[in-house]
Write a protein that binds this ligand. Structure first.
Ligand code: GLN
Length: 308
């Protein structure tokens, strides 16, 4: 017999496939090639059971969904004292590419906006940028449960056009937040954004956070438990950029979106979800992705503050 979760997700997918609206991201030229009809959902429980519907095996670039995981890696590698001096945990209420830096220290307000993510990429362990990239790739791979691959065309496209991010990286150098060569750290950030994932990978990454930092299928620890709590906290308050407040109000789960069209949401102790649908709203969040999470939260009473 088909599981009730699988049937529920199939109905939800069918209904929301009809939802129109939003635009595929175009500021990274290569992303315009995405098909607006692609739509996948995957839910993975903390005991490792995966439920997939639609285009759940369609690869796309992770983009900003990499941010919580690289921030997590920086925390695990350098410790809270070091990282918290260089990246804050305050929601900025600003767009993902805003230059939201603390006026005195220059520390980015949080690790979910680009400034904080570029700073995080510069802080992971490794004596030089090449070794730091190896560390980022290895860490993302543990969260995913397999080795990572890059979409080279998207990486090059962003590297060739990412002037705003270049300006942000130089600002971080100006304030001493990035210790070494800022352009090398920035290239690692562009690389991490170009990592290929599908909904299943995202759901396993989210489920690893839901499961206290242990990948539910491989059993490998991706992150110490105390860092899981920190990462979920910044996802809850900052993961959806200038939509973060409404998101917590309406959906009530730690989450992260990316301009590739992906969204992850985490219900601690229960499951992780990965949704993929490229058309984005004006804040850069997947239109269908938001709707899937709203419906799931509402239909099953999943809001983290709902304990009745
Ligand atoms: N690579 C993208 C950028 O830096 C990521 C943005 C996002 O997914 N919101 O602009």
């Amino acid at each position: 017999m088909k599981s009730p979760i699988q049937s529920y997700l199939e109905t939800l997918h069918r209904q929301l496939a009809a939802l129109r609206g939003g635009e595929v991201a175009s500021y990274i030229p290569e992303l315009t090639k995405a098909n607006p009809d692609w739509f996948g959902i995957c839910l993975v429980t903390v005991d490792g059971v995966a439920y997939s519907v639609g285009d759940a095996a369609q690869p796309f670039t992770i983009q900003s969904i990499s941010k919580p995981f690289v921030y997590a890696t920086a925390l695990a590698d350098r410790g809270l004292a070091y990282v918290s001096q260089r990246v804050g945990v305050e929601p900025s209420g600003d767009a993902f590419n805003s230059i939201s830096l603390h006026p005195k220290s220059g520390a980015p307000l949080n690790p979910m906006i680009n400034a904080g993510a570029i700073a995080s990429a510069s802080m992971v362990a490794g004596q030089d940028a090449t070794r730091q990239w190896a560390r980022i790739a290895e860490s993302l791979g543990v969260f995913m449960g397999h080795d990572v691959a890059l979409d080279d065309a998207v990486y090059r496209s962003e590297s060739e056009t990412g002037f705003r991010n270049r300006a942000i990286a130089w600002m971080l150098k100006n304030f001493g937040i990035i210790a070494d060569e800022p352009m090398a750290a920035l290239e690692n950030y562009f690389r991490q954004c170009s990592v290929l994932v599908d909904c299943r990978d995202l759901a396993f990454m989210a489920a690893t956070l839901a499961n206290g930092g242990i990948h539910p299928a491989t059993g490998q620890r991706a992150l110490p438990p105390e860092d899981v709590e920190r990462v979920l906290s910044v996802m809850a308050t900052c993961g959806m950029y200038d939509y973060a407040g409404s998101w917590l109000y309406e959906v009530g789960m730690p989450a992260k979106s990316g301009v590739g069209g992906g969204i992850i949401a985490v219900l601690p102790g229960r499951f992780g979800i990965g949704v993929f649908s490229p058309p984005l709203d004006e804040k850069g969040n997947s239109v269908r992705g938001i709707e899937v999470c709203k419906r799931l939260s509402h239909d099953f009473g999943l809001h983290v503050f709902n304990k009745t």
